[in-house]
Structures are given as structure tokens and as C-alpha cells.
Design a protein around this ligand. Structure first.
Ligand code: PMP
Length: 448
């Protein structure tokens, strides 16, 4: 660990210099975005903090987007941005993909909304999802959160046990968040989660084995729930050895191994788990698989899925949801996966992402900035010494966010980039240049 914001030993500490740069950037932000500010003042009158999605709140007020087209968005004040938020990975197809558009219009015109019945469209999409992600059975939900909720219910029902082993930094939905080594206060069934304090490496593998075995010995372990790469946790990939160790320990103890692929299914043609040689009992999906609409799904081994969720089986669990099979999602999701995000397109997008991340780390050499992730999902981290062992520098991350907005790049303030399909190569080049110029402009506070 190195100095912190109270440091008095550094010459003019980089914290003080960063605070000045940040204050200046924030003043420019306020001056440049009067209509976003006005909108925020209106929104707080009906939404707590003007917000209905906590992640999107940014101080002093969030930027309010007016519309999107292709891979660009425009804010209320008329600024244009390349969209690197990519709706936190759900926006894979961009804002106006012609195939998605055609699916939406034809669904509306020829099928209609909400038929209140079983449809061929849900079975068609289920079959594609099973084939693509190597699942024997699948069920649809409305969100990734719900997918995890029901996958856990399945594991608990199947094993007749309750406890779930998860990992520090894991995010499995609005009510399943495990940052800071513990379950967030709003975690559903909070007392049932056991959090492994490490994630991703050899040390984490050993700890995972120990915690899984210990919890199983106490007699109440239902499941192990893990991401192949922690998304919200900062785009930190888990090693193959780590994931295999967690899977093996789960299987040896009779716990259900659930791989959360809500974010990672787009990273490889059949999902990240298949790419790494994992064989999870259950997988959860979501995000872009709704073709731009709200979506989640969970599935896997038929022995588990059928015995838990087949309504013809006595004692099976109910899994209801008015919009689980809504026609818009079933058709747009199908069209996207079937016609647009084919296995070949998936490989190519992630190759482009790997190249981009490599170039970004190239320009960030010897600075506090590091880019992590895999393929088309990129995390950015500012650390005191440029190493992950050193303290995080949220001030530098904020400065980056403000200044990338001025350069015309829409990224999440916490440092996450989800690439969309078809982002022009020029824009990727322009981003690498902008990052390089940012680091040069602030060399005094960025270099290690
Ligand atoms: N699991 C993971 C790994 C996620 O990244 C997310 C969403 N960020 C979820 C679950 C929850 O998905 P949703 O927001 O659709 O509920």
C-alpha cells in the first residue's frame, strides 16, 4: 500500500493535483450540460435522487441521454458520444440494428403483444439457446437477477439444502451483490450466503475448495455460484484452474455448480464456460439475449430442470412470470442470436476487443491505469502503483470519465466498457488516441 488522500509526505501529492484537475473537469461538466442538470432537478421530484437504477447516478448530476442511433448516443444538450457503455453489455446490437428493427415490427404487426399463452416463439428461442449454450433445458425470466433467483431455488429444491458459496466481488443481480467480501445489505436470503474472500487465482482456488468442503460438512450446502469473469467486479477473469477447482469441489460435495453467464455468454461462441472446458449443472443468461428487451434465462441439466420445474412432476416448483415468454423478447432475442450474433461474429467481435485492450494497455504503460477484461468487455482501473495490490484511485477514474465525455466517449463512471457490434474502427482508434492524450496531459499524476 502506498499513500492515501491524507498523505503529507509526497512533494505536492498526486492526490492534491488530481483534486484540482477533477474540480476543474467537474466545473466544465456543469457548464457544458445545463439541460441534463435541469432534467435531474425535475426527476428528483418523483424519483428518489432522480434515479431508478442506482448505478446510473453520478455526482453532481447524471448525464441525461436523449436518443441513440447505431453505436452513438446524444445527450439532452446535444453532444454526440460513441457508446462504450453498451448498456452494460446488453446493448450488443447497438441502438438501431436493422435485423432487430425488422423483428420488432413484424412481431407487432403479425404476432401481437402478450398472447397469454404458450407460443411457438418461446420454444423456438429455447431450442436455439439450448443448442448454442449447450443446455439440455432452459427457462426464461425477465432479468438476470431473476434467472439467478430461480437457479438458486432450483438448486435448493433439488438438494433440499440452503447455503450458497459465492465469491468476493461477485455480482449476480440487484439483490445478489458481494463486493467488499460480504453480502450487500439488500441481498435476498442474506444469511444463506458464504463468501469466499478471493476470486480468480490459485489462492482463490485453494480457499474455494476449503470453504466449499467446510460448508458442505456442516450439512446445508445447496450451490456454488460463480462468474467466469467478474463483470461488475471490474472485468476480472477467473483462471481456468480456479473455475475448475470450484466446479470440482462443488461436484464432490453434491452441491449444484451454477455458472453465471449473464454477462459472459457473449465472450465465446458457446459461452465462456464452454470455452474454458467447464461443465456447470446450471447456467444463467441475460442481457443482449433479449435482443434489446428485458431478459434472463436459466438452464442446464435436464435431470435438475425437469425434476424441479416440470409442472407435470408432482411436488415441482412453480416458476411464474407474466412476461417470461413475451412475444417481443422471444422474437427479437431469437433474431439477434440467430441472424446477427452468430458464432463467427462472436469470435470476431471478441478478437477486436482483445486487440483494443492490448493497444490501450500499450498506451497506458508505466502509468496508474490498467485495462482488464476479456474480448469485448473491458474494465479500467487506476491504482496507486499501477498494480492490483495497491490502493484504488477513484479520483483518477472520475477524472478519466469527465474528460472522456469531453472527447465524445460515453463510458460508465466506474470504469466499464462493453463494445457494441459495428463500432467503427475509426472510433476505436480515436479512443486509443484520446486515452494516450489524457495520460500525457496529466502525466504528473498518472505516471508511476
Ligand atoms: N449476473 C451478472 C453477472 C450480471 O452482470 C448482471 C447484470 N449486471 C446480473 C446477473 C443481473 O442481471 P439484470 O440486471 O438483468 O437483473
Amino acid at each position: 500500500m502506498s499513500c492515501n488522500s491524507d498523505c503529507h509526505t509526497c512533494p505536492k501529492s498526486s492526490h492534491q493535483e488530481a483534486a484540482e484537475a477533477l474540480a476543474a473537469a467537474q466545473s466544465r461538466y456543469v457548464a457544458n450540460n445545463p439541460l441534463s442538470k435541469k432534467q435531474h432537478e425535475l426527476a428528483v421530484e418523483s424519483l428518489p435522487g432522480g434515479n431508478t437504477r442506482t448505478l446510473l447516478h453520478t455526482s453532481p448530476f447524471p448525464l441525461c441521454m436523449k436518443h441513440g442511433k447505431g453505436t452513438f448516443v446524444w445527450d439532452e444538450d446535444g453532444h454526440k458520444y460513441t457508446d462504450f457503455v453498451g448498456e452494460l453489455s446488453a446493448g450488443l446490437y447497438g441502438h438501431s440494428h436493422p435485423v432487430i428493427r425488422a423483428a420488432i415490427l413484424s412481431t407487432f404487426d403479425e404476432i401481437g403483444l402478450s398472447l397469454g399463452s404458450t407460443t411457438t416463439y418461446e420454444a423456438r428461442y429455447a431450442s436455439l439457446l439450448c443448442q448454442r449454450f449447450k443446455l439440455e433445458r432452459v427457462r426464461m425470466t425477465n432479468t438476470g437477477t431473476e434467472a439467478n433467483l430461480h437457479a438458486l431455488a432450483a438448486a435448493r429444491h433439488y438438494t433440499r439444502k440452503k447455503k450458497v458459496v459465492v465469491f468476493n466481488g461477485g455480482y449476480h443481480g440487484a439483490c445478489f451483490s458481494f463486493g467488499g467480501g460480504k453480502a450487500a445489505p439488500n441481498t435476498a436470503d442474506k444469511g444463506d450466503f458464504v463468501v469466499v474472500q478471493n476470486y480468480g487465482d490459485d489462492e482463490a482456488a485453494a480457499e474455494a475448495r476449503r470453504v466449499i468442503e467446510e460448508t458442505a460438512r456442516e450439512g446445508d450446502l445447496a450451490a456454488v455460484l460463480v462468474e467466469g469473469m467478474q463483470g461488475a467486479g471490474g472485468c476480472l477473469p477467473g483462471s481456468k484452474e480456479f473455475l475448475l477447482a470450484a466446479q470440482e469441489a462443488a461436484k464432490n460435495t453434491g452441491a449444484i455448480f451454477i455458472l453465471d453467464e449473464v454477462m459472459t455468454s457473449r465472450l465465446a461462441p458457446n459461452g465462456l464456460g464452454q470455452e474454458l472446458g467447464l461443465s456447470p449443472d446450471l447456467v444463467t443468461l441475460g442481457k443482449y439475449l433479449g435482443g434489446g428487451f428485458s431478459f434472463g434465462a436459466f438452464g442446464g441439466k435436464k435431470e435438475i430442470m425437469d425434476s424441479v420445474y416440470d409442472p407435470r412432476v408432482k411436488g415441482s416448483l412453480a416458476h411464474s412470470g407474466t412476461f417470461n415468454n413475451n412475444t417481443m423478447t422471444m422474437c427479437a432475442g431469437f433474431a439477434g442470436l440467430n441472424q446477427v450474433f452468430t458464432e463467427e461474429v462472436c469470435v470476431e467481435l471478441n478478437r477486436v476487443g482483445d486487440v483494443l485492450r492490448g493497444r490501450l494497455n500499450g498506451v497506458a504503460k508505466r502509468t496508474r491505469l490498467r485495462f482488464t477484461g476479456r474480448g469485448s468487455l473491458i474494465g479500467l482501473h487506476f491504482r496507486e502503483n499501477g498494480t492490483f495490490e495497491s490502493q484504488e484511485r477513484a479520483d483518477l477514474r472520475d477524472l478519466f470519465w469527465f474528460e472522456m465525455l469531453e472527447e465524445g466517449f460515453w463510458t460508465t463512471r466506474r470504469g466499464f466498457i462493453a463494445m457494441m457490434l459495428d463500432t467503427p474502427k475509426d472510433e476505436l482508434d480515436r479512443f486509443v488516441d484520446a486515452v494516450g492524450r489524457f495520460l500525457e496531459r496529466h502525466a504528473g499524476i498518472m505516471m508511476v
